[in-house]
Design a protein around this ligand. Structure first.
Ligand SMILES: [Zn+2]
Ligand SMILES: [Zn+2]
Length: 257
């Protein structure tokens, strides 16, 4: 797994900070305020994260504006169900939640990964309380061309850290992105589903390792669930028993169309 020059510099900084932590005060990643410990965020920035709280769609985690039961699903999931069985997200894709995602993806701020993955971990723990017993953690892959350009896959970093927290196996090889897709920005819901529909595949040599498995798919952000659904579709076709999705952030409003 590669990392951009800035990500590499941050990794080196983190390593150095491990040695120098007793001399140098830690600083909040987004605002630079001195903090005690190495939690990445100061109390004020913590306050800028909006946790995704009930009520939300039990299948795609879209927040509801009205009271709903824990099993209720949104209109989109009712009319046109995604291929995954459930989804959870730690925070809303808004304010600091949005800027953490963007600064990781486009700014290579990998120092945010531990705090983001710890929050994702909370979502998985919430599901294990309802009886979920995951077998495998799988990141949403990038197309090799995009990976070569960005040098790292943010979902892979989050998934690897999550797998470590949960002491579960990480599988970064079975699910592949085989077709490069145009950006989902500016597309309506139907177009987003069409855009990524056939862009993922399972490595045929690894198909047997997925059969009968309860899989947790990891991504940084969910908008309509189109990408996660395309991934879940091929994982289920390969024999996965169930596929759930956890993301750090969730766009809080439905995308039209
Ligand atoms: Zn701060
Ligand atoms: Zn839904």
């Amino acid at each position: 797994m590669g990392a951009g020059p800035r990500a590499g510099a941050e990794a080196l900084w983190r390593l150095a900070a491990g040695f120098l932590g007793f001399v140098l005060p830690a600083r909040c990643g987004p605002c630079g305020t001195k903090i005690s410990g190495h939690g990445y965020l100061c109390p004020s920035c913590w306050g800028g994260l909006v946790p995704l709280a009930a009520p939300f769609c039990s299948q795609c985690a879209l927040p509801f504006e009205f009271e709903a039961g824990p099993e209720d699903i949104c209109g989109n999931c009712l009319m046109d169900p995604p291929a995954f069985d459930w989804a959870r997200a730690a925070v809303l894709y808004d304010g600091l939640g949005r800027s953490l995602v963007l600064s990781l993806k486009h700014g290579g701020r990998v120092a945010a990964v531990p705090v983001m993955s710890q929050m994702i971990c909370g979502s998985v723990m919430g599901m294990t309380e309802t009886g979920l017993r995951p077998d495998l953690i799988i990141p949403v892959p990038l197309h090799p061309t995009r990976l070569a350009k960005r040098r790292f896959n943010q979902s892979q970093l989050l998934a690897a850290d999550l797998a470590r927290h949960l002491a579960l196996p990480l599988d970064s090889f079975s699910l592949k992105k085989i077709r490069s897709t145009e950006s989902q920005g500016g597309l309506n819901r139907a177009e987003r589903f069409r855009n990524v529909a056939t862009s993922f595949a399972i490595d045929p040599r690894r198909k047997s390792s997925l059969a009968g498995k309860t899989i947790v798919l990891v991504d940084d952000v969910m908008t309509t669930g189109a990408t996660a659904s395309a991934c879940a579709k091929v994982l289920k076709k390969a024999g996965a028993r169930s596929v759930g999705v956890v993301t750090f952030a969730r766009v809080g409003r439905p995308v039209a169309g």
